[in-house]
Design a protein around this ligand. Sequence first.
Ligand code: HEM
Length: 408
Amino acid sequence: MTALAELDLPFLEMERPEFGVDPLKHFAEARAKHPWLAASNYGYVVHEFTAIRDLFPQDDKLHPPYAAVVEMFGTKGTPWGRFTSEQMISLPPEEHKLLRHTFAAKFTPRFANQLRPAMRATIERLLDEHAGTGRMDFAEFASWYPISNMFDLVGADRARIAGIRDDLETLGLAFSLDKALIPALQTAIVQIDALVAETIEERRADPNGSEKQDLLTLLVDTADQGRINARQLTDLIMFFFIAGYDTTKNVLTYTMYELLKYPEIYARCAEDHAYCADVVEEALRVFNPGSVARVTSEEVTYRDVTFPPDTMLYFTFNISGRDPDAFVDAERFDPDREIDRDHRHVAFGLGKHMCLGQYIARAQLQEAIHAIARRMKQPRLDGEIVWRPYPGSWGLKTLPFAFEPVAG
Ligand code: HEM
């Protein structure tokens, strides 16, 4: 057994902008020194696919770090601090269990399929608005999709989309741990809170509200049938806005970037709706935005390393699918790749906090790829790409893009 302090670990400077441009290079160098563990300013980094799958789901020994982040920011009792420490993922185990138990059974692939017509309408509307000229920053275009979808799925007032999108951009930066962001984080959370509370209120006041078979009706009815109070319901819907924004936008943008290299796959996406599901799964293997942190609740030993209690561990889901020890020809994008149970991607997490919105996210991405491939022909890069910082929600910040537009 080796104590952590005695290990000579590689050090990853993940906060440096150049790290986000090519993290795989840095992880390959780190792997040469230690197969699965590195040190960083964010805590210890677990980056091997197998180590992530073994360690991360040990929910009885690890807990999410958000209370520590609120403490570090000195934001306890403020709007952002309250939300961050009471959001679904931060709740104490029993409260989380109740919330999860109440909603998880409803978030099925079947329910996500019911939402597909609304998703199709959203992406077609965005394509009508943005895709006429044959040029765009695809990352900017993609940023309108998850937020517009959420607005349509809960029946919120579309006139407020632009303001809330800016708020979600701000909240996405929280993981840079920059204290200068605190005032903007507070404003953002207050605005999202007000939007969600008003949207629920309007739906409850609408005599025909429960006939609308959308996401909001499901959430309100399920909360009423369970023991979920108004604050918890509002927080959950706020969390949906936040959890689905950067994630979906970054995956969609990266998928397009990858497909620029594979024109035959892109062309098939326009013709073959079912194939888009395989493309999305392969995209989530080669890229996903999340690096998720956990704190050890007790002493944890894995292989020959012992972590003391209160150790911050940083799990790099986002690059885990390109681990050369876990995947043959890991860099090759192949939607027909055979994947066994033990090698399914971990883009949606593992264990008791596994993404509640995963089927909705998949449906959104599949519908978007299919519609985009039909309406944007012969896509090509049209300028320099820029990467986001690696910590937090990683991905492409800009993807300048030209194509032949096709009317809807
Ligand atoms: C491609 C898009 C998405 C990705 C990659 C993604 C990824 C994740 C990951 C990795 C987690 C686990 C975090 C942890 O364990 O700390 C998570 C949790 C969660 N996600 Fe997603 N997500 C996506 C979209 C969505 C959407 C669209 C929604 C809502 C409609 C959503 C709702 C949630 C919720 C509620 C949780 C917390 C579950 C719990 O604590 O029990 N996500 N997501």
